[in-house]
Write a protein of this length. Structure first.
Length: 719
């Protein structure tokens, strides 16, 4: 039915009153139970200030800037780095002298300078200043100050860090929490950088554990930047929706963060699933029955969340029993079947793809004293971390069936899905989806809710993109691990909430996309998934016609914003090439061998050829090869065929040869790595799926023409 847009606006306004008069949460979450902290912060943004002493603050902020500024690829003079708490210029001069980075004989030939250097190195009677150090360096070497104090020469070593991740932790912080002009103080707080893969992004998350007391009943706080979500709404929206449909998970709102006087921006404020959370939600004190699961494609892998418990036999027994069950009745004896089915229905509707390999998952062994059999145990599944819901990051298409999206044989609970017969024909599953769609995943309800949350945080999010006097955005920490998510703008925030897709491409030094993310417009994905489910599962969704036929929805144009990011550095990794021939490999990944010269560096065989990739292009001289699914022509050239079925396609030559890397040697891609690879179709280098018809296919420009290509096993095992 068609109607005037102003009528729609009035309807929404009547249903969802102004938040200053009555919070929509009173209506939206009226049947859910949440901690007092999160009830008090509904549609209010408190200010969290973490206080660090001078040394800790330098180790936190200055260290991250110095990690960038002393990197040889991004070299920049930063005197704070050279005089930081970890810097010792006396030892720096001694090492430069011993290593002969400065001209020792020339110094010995100058009595005055020789005496000065001896007073620093041998007599240790003088603490050298930065200007004195620079004078010696520039006088007796060809180095500038920033060059000789860069990481490879190890004259000043930074506190240890990790490749593709930032680390910081202190147990001696304090904290203030301000809400409605009321300030609550805590003298003892543990403060650390939190999260997992998000530690690689420029704006990271934080963990706060209160040691002396609690904050309105909550002791453990998590502040998450949600850097992978340009809309900044998906996590909060998902937690609210899961709670409404009756699933047990944590609560979330928003908060501003300061570290000392430095404004870090706005974050999602949420709980942590720990022993005290179990106590508050299930009544068990000091639980030893909480198990954290890890990502795996080889079955369910979980262990005690309490690191002091090393005996994992109770979980192993559960897992063995789970895999042996053959009927629903057997499962119901020890597993929360009803909750599991409801989770799967909701996860499918909301496009929750960041749990299918076991990550972001907890299991809790609950003992129910009211059960017919006294103290009957049930294992309960708990999910968290939903910033990749609703079409974000993993290219979740809204027009995928439950079977296509959820029935993966590497899914840790795949056996349970089979036992319960949860698939596209399951009447129970479809009934639960229908219920959830009517009650909450309903455009009449969820679209106004999105607008409400957007209006609540828009000014805070705008502030999050205002640079300081040094040109730095709040909370963004210097990093050479550049990701597309670091390029999101305030415009992206506003438009991705609506119907605009945000796509990011990270390019290597040859302008080839090495990594891409796609975030479909939040409202667009939700509406398209809703319509697809209604049609595919023959549901009566006429209750949404009023909204869906409105000019606001039906007249929307779907746009795309693309950000191209070039990392630079050694072979496009963002990191420098190793300088010294003696540097040993300490780890290996898709980029190659990594060594440490102050920080991580990429080891290359020819230091003068780090960016040209001549080792790849030299193969282009060969004639067009036969594409019959194996690599006999490559064998003739002296290269073996790849053996690992999941080897990544690293390079496609101009003549059509496709190459991977195994054991640090080039090898030829075959149909073992790419099932439909042969004389008719090439294997895709990217992992963007466009069709599932008679195979799994992508589209890529090959020799100037966009052609159909086969998706590799490497890509499929990542889905």
């Amino acid at each position: 039915m068609k109607f005037n847009f102003s009528t729609l606006s009035l309807t929404i306004a009547l249903i969802f009153l102004n938040v200053k008069q009555i919070t929509a949460l009173d209506n939206f979450l009226r049947n859910s139970t949440r901690p007092k902290l999160f009830e008090m912060t509904d549609f209010k943004v408190p200010t969290v200030t973490v206080h660090l002493n001078e040394t800790e603050y330098a180790n936190f902020i200055t260290y991250l800037h110095c990690r960038m500024d002393t990197n040889p690829t991004y070299l920049k003079r930063n005197e704070a780095c050279y005089t930081a708490p970890w810097a010792n210029l006396n030892k720096a001069l001694e090492r430069a002298y011993v290593k002969e980075y400065i001209k020792v004989d020339a110094i010995k030939g100058n009595p005055e300078d020789n005496a000065f250097v001896n007073s620093v190195i041998n007599d240790k009677s003088h603490n050298i200043t930065l200007s004195e150090f620079e004078n010696i360096v520039t006088k007796y070497s060809n180095f500038t100050l920033e060059e000789i104090l860069s990481q490879p020469y190890k004259l000043i070593e930074l506190p240890s860090g990790k490749k593709k991740g930032k680390s910081f932790e202190t147990n001696t912080a304090s904290m203030t929490f301000e809400l409605d002009s009321i300030i609550t103080k805590f003298k003892k707080v543990k403060f650390s950088i939190g999260g997992s893969s998000s530690k690689a992004l420029s704006k990271v998350g934080y963990n706060i554990n209160i040691k002396d007391g609690d904050l309105y009943g909550t002791k453990k706080l998590r502040l998450r930047a949600e850097s992978v979500d340009p809309s900044f709404l998906r996590e909060k929206l998902a937690y609210d929706l899961y709670k409404i449909v009756g699933l047990t998970t944590i609560s979330a709102n928003y908060a501003k963060l300061y570290v000392n006087d430095t404004f870090m921006g706005i974050y999602v404020l949420r709980e942590a699933i720990k022993a005290d959370w179990i106590r508050d939600n299930f009544g068990e004190k000091d639980t030893k029955n909480l198990f954290a699961c890890e990502e795996s494609t080889e079955g369910l892998k979980c262990s005690h969340d309490d690191e002091d418990i090393t005996d994992n036999s109770d979980f192993d027994e559960f897992n063995s029993k789970l895999m042996k069950t053959k009927t629903r009745e057997e499962l119901e004896e020890f597993f929360d079947v009803d909750g599991f089915i409801r989770w799967q229905a909701a996860k499918y509707l909301f496009g929750s793809l960041d749990h299918n390999k076991g990550k972001n998952t907890f299991l809790y062994r609950f003992t129910d004293p009211t059960a017919e059999t006294k103290n009957k145990e049930k294992w309960i599944i708990i999910y968290y971390d939903f910033d990749m819901n609703f079409g974000n990051y993993r290219q979740s298409r809204p027009n995928k069936t439950f079977n296509e999206e959820m029935l993966k044989d590497y899914y840790p609970f795949y056996h349970v899905l089979e036992v319960l017969k949860l698939n596209d024909k399951s009447e129970e599953l479809i009934s639960i989806m229908d219920e959830i769609m009517r009650d909450v995943y309903n455009p009449n309800i969820i679209i106004p809710r999105i607008d409400e949350l957007r209006n609540h945080i828009v000014d805070y999010k705008r502030e999050d993109f205002i640079p300081d006097e040094n040109g730095r955005l709040p909370g963004r920490l210097e990093s050479f691990e550049r990701f597309g998510e670091d390029s999101f703008t305030f415009e992206d925030f506003e438009k991705n909430i609506e119907f605009t897709t945000i796509k990011t491409n990270v390019l290597n030094n040859q302008n080839v996309t090495e990594h891409e993310t796609v975030s479909r417009g939040l409202k667009d994905w939700i509406i398209q998934r809703f319509k697809f489910v209604c049609t595919t599962y023959n549901m009566d969704c006429s209750y949404a016609d009023y909204m869906l036929n409105s000019p606001y929805i039906s007249g929307q144009k779907v746009d795309t914003i693309v950000h191209d990011i070039k990392r630079g550095g050694c072979k496009g990794t963002g990191y420098p090439c190793c300088i010294f021939d003696t540097t040993k490999a300490v780890l290996h990944d898709d980029d190659g061998d990594w060594g440490i010269e102050g920080d991580y560096c990429l080891i290359v065989n020819n230091k003068n050829d780090d960016d040209d990739d001549d080792d790849k292009h030299k193969y282009d001289q060969y004639d067009q090869t036969d594409k019959d699914g194996n690599c006999p022509s490559l064998i003739e050239k002296g290269y073996r065929c790849c053996k690992n079925p999941n080897t990544k396609i690293e390079y496609i030559s101009k003549n059509g040869d496709e190459w991977g890397v195994e054991n640090n040697d080039w090898c030829g891609i075959t149909n073992s790595q790419c099932t439909n690879f042969g004389d008719k179709y090439r294997c895709c280098k990217k992992c963007e799926i466009v069709s599932y018809e008679d195979g799994i296919w992508g589209l890529e420009v090959i020799n100037g023409v966009e052609q159909k290509c086969a998706i590799s096993n490497y890509c499929l095992q990542k889905l």
